[in-house]
Design a protein around this ligand. Structure first.
Ligand code: SF4
Length: 693
């Protein structure tokens, strides 16, 4: 878990009442650290500003025996690759780029906090079986092309949705030519095409990496069982894409979407055609995608040429090492010194500008400008919160070369740079070692937690009751023993209602660990079908209009349970558990939708909310805010474990007897999809209550 998503996951895990986690778990403090002046100063400031969160996470880690990687230790996925990833491992991570570990043969899946809680609390974790896209690699990368170009090219082919519901599995002779960390880069960005995960079979470069990172026995075990760690002979894929690495060109993807892929040879034309200013304002290398020793060594081979010719980077140039181990090793081996000589600023070993934690001093407000990064995401506003910053994704090598030139149209394969004496020179293609010849050094040892962390029940978890950012959760009460009665329909939602509409991100992120405070954003993006207003609903008892969360709290104070009626695919988007938690917290025990997004539907069930769908979606038209469900028929059987009247293997039927404000009555036939386990969660109030009982 990274520090942003870990907060609510741990607060929920605390409710399970377990002395330790059911699976080995770790916490990584990386997302909350702001990049600005340089590592030392930035780290001190960020620790000060987030002290409360870090103290909480550390105390929880000590109590439950989780490994705690403190601020400055590195980025979650790089640390996982260096310490935990292994061929054949199944791992969940509360971050979309968790599949980075597929570079070391792990099946590593990015999930929401609720799924991590399942794994830690020994609750079954489920995933709809994905299909498999096979990517056959032949040939060998050469010249300016690097592993990043494999995934930049594939992102262009597959688009941001092409991998959804699929695992991407690489095979073919080309895989033997790639470094382990290069494969990590490729798997990392499988998230950009929506893939469940990406992975490579066990190959020699994984063994070398395991040895270099002090895990020889893991390499040996993998070698002995190698047959289990690669596809069977003649394995069939649902779809196959072939890619000859020898023919691959360097790519630049963006701006604003990772699948807008342009081969380098065409990029200058694209710049001119769009009338973009021919300037690279800032180049950023590093992040969890591209911060390996190999990346840093190869970019240094370019920076060295610039130093020899007496020039510096024309663009701002920032380097984010992925971990303390990488930082210390490249400092020892001289790469850092060279990068600083061309004007590079080394930021803390953390996410920083990759996640928008970047204080930029080089820009007038809202000025259109271009930045090049070796990161993985480039949605608008992501890096600096400025919608007019065009953010392009490319390899660290191209970021460096183009930063040296300062021009967005620069192509190092065809264009010269100008040296200190005004003479033209061509950059020679990058080169470097995959792994340090003298081995890695750990750097500041205080960053490394012990190999095995033991739980200590005597530890008190630090949460200040007056905090606005953290709040200990109270377990939800049990579900109904019989039928529901008098459920107030507070709101009918029209159109798209994603988890962003239900629990917005942005400025609300700082309240991720405080349910009461973050609940102020509940459904603040939802369109009320009855008044066509966003986040405005009438309190039927006072006649006054208010925000949805306000009216929800008012009903709750009156002891009136309320529900919402929603449109199709309710809860699509990221698997944000807050979207389910907040509804339950504000007193909503049932949601009636035309249809649900699958993950959100499960999240609602985990929080003890009963998700029902209209048997006839046209019935959505009949219901309105202000109606009251006087009674239900079928809930009592469900919670008692008795078969219902019209049960099917997928679920059963619940009737809703509804009264309009004018007294007219009607019946809605609704359907549930509750399994036996899920009924137990509903009966006990939540999955965590069930785990504890
Ligand atoms: Fe996410 Fe960027 Fe941090 Fe990687 S470096 S974990 S992509 S924020």
């Amino acid at each position: 878990m990274q520090d942003a998503s870990a907060q609510m996951a741990i607060l929920q895990f605390m409710l399970a009442g377990m002395p330790t986690t059911a699976v080995p778990s770790s916490i990584h403090c990386d997302h909350l650290i702001v990049g600005h002046k340089g590592a030392d100063q930035d780290l001190v400031n960020s620790i000060e500003n987030n002290k409360e969160i870090f103290n909480f996470l550390q105390s929880a880690a000590e109590k439950y025996g989780m490994s705690f990687w403190k601020p400055g230790s590195g980025i979650i996925h790089q640390i996982v690759l260096e310490n935990y990833a292994a061929p054949g491992l199944l791992m969940l991570g509360t971050d979309s780029h968790t599949p980075n570990a597929g570079g070391l043969g792990a099946i590593a899946i990015g999930v929401g906090g609720a799924d991590a809680v399942d794994a830690m609390a020994n609750i079954p974790w489920e995933l709809k079986a994905p299909e498999v896209i096979g990517i056959k690699l032949t040939g060998k990368l050469n010249g300016w092309t690097s592993p990043k170009d494999v995934i930049l090219h594939l992102a262009g082919k597959l688009t941001v949705r092409g991998g959804t519901g699929h695992i991407i599995e690489y095979f073919g002779p080309g895989i033997d030519t790639l470094s382990c960390t290069g494969m990590g880069t490729i798997c990392n960005m499988g998230a950009e095409v929506g893939a469940t995960t990406s992975l490579f079979p066990f190959v020699n470069s994984m063994s070398s990496y395991l040895h270099a990172t002090g895990r020889g026995p893991v390499a040996e075990a993998a070698r002995q069982h190698a047959n289990f760690l690669r596809a069977d002979e003649g394995a069939q894929y649902d779809k196959v894409i072939e890619l000859n690495l020898s023919d691959l060109e360097p790519h630049i993807n963006g701006p604003f979407t990772p699948d807008l892929a342009t081969p380098l040879s065409k990029f200058a034309d694209v710049v001119r055609k769009n009338g973009w200013k021919d300037e690279v304002k800032v180049g950023l290398i590093g992040s969890c995608t591209n911060s390996s020793y190999e990346d840093m060594d190869r970019v240094t081979s370019l920076a060295k040429q610039a130093v020899e010719k007496g020039i510096k980077s024309k663009a701002g140039f920032f380097i984010t090492p992925g971990s303390e181990q990488i930082r210390a090793t490249i400092e020892r081996d001289g790469q850092t010194g060279v990068l600083e000589q061309v004007g590079g600023v080394v930021l803390a070993n953390a996410c920083g500008p990759c996640i928008g934690q970047w204080t930029r001093d080089d820009l007038n407000d809202k000025e259109e400008n271009a930045i090049l990064t070796s990161f993985n995401r480039n949605f608008k506003n992501r890096n600096d919160g400025n919608a007019t910053t065009m953010n392009f994704l490319t390899s660290p090598e191209l970021v460096t070369a183009m930063s040296l030139s300062g021009k967005l149209t620069f192509n190092p394969l065809t264009d010269p740079l100008i040296d200190a004496s005004g003479k033209e020179f061509m950059l020679q293609p990058p080169y470097g070692d995959n792994l340090p010849q003298n081995g890695f050094i750990p750097g500041n040892l205080s960053y490394t937690p012990p190999d095995i962390s033991h739980p200590n029940s005597a530890i008190q978890i630090n949460v200040d009751p007056k905090s606005s950012r953290l709040q200990v959760l109270e377990p939800f009460g049990p579900g109904p023993v019989g039928e529901f009665e008098d459920l107030q329909v507070m709101l009918k939602v029209k159109g798209k209602c994603t988890t962003d509409h239900i629990s917005a991100a942005g400025p609300w992120l700082k309240y991720k660990g405080h349910l009461e405070n973050i609940a102020h954003n509940t459904l603040n993006g939802a369109l009320n079908a009855d008044n066509e207003k966003v986040n405005v609903v009438q309190n039927v008892f006072t006649g006054k209009e208010g925000a949805i969360h306000e009216v929800g709290r008012e009903y709750q104070a009156l002891g009136k349970p309320w529900i919402v009626v929603t449109d199709h695919n309710y809860g699509e988007g990221s698997a944000r558990e807050h979207a389910a938690l907040q509804m339950r917290y504000l007193g909503c025990p049932l949601i009636l939708a035309r249809s649900f997004a699958r993950i959100h539907q499960t999240n609602l069930k985990k929080q003890g909310v009963l998700p029902l769908t209209f048997a006839d979606p046209a019935d959505w038209e009949k219901m309105h805010g202000g109606d009251v469900i006087e009674s239900t028929e079928g809930v009592a059987d469900l919670v008692a474990g008795r078969p219902g009247k019209n049960d099917t293997p997928e679920g059963g039927e619940i009737l809703l007897n509804v009264r309009r404000p004018d007294g007219e009555k009607y019946v809605i036939k609704a359907l549930h999809t509750m399994s036996k386990d899920q009924v137990d969660w509903f009966r006990k109030g939540s999955a965590l209550n069930a785990a504890r009982s």
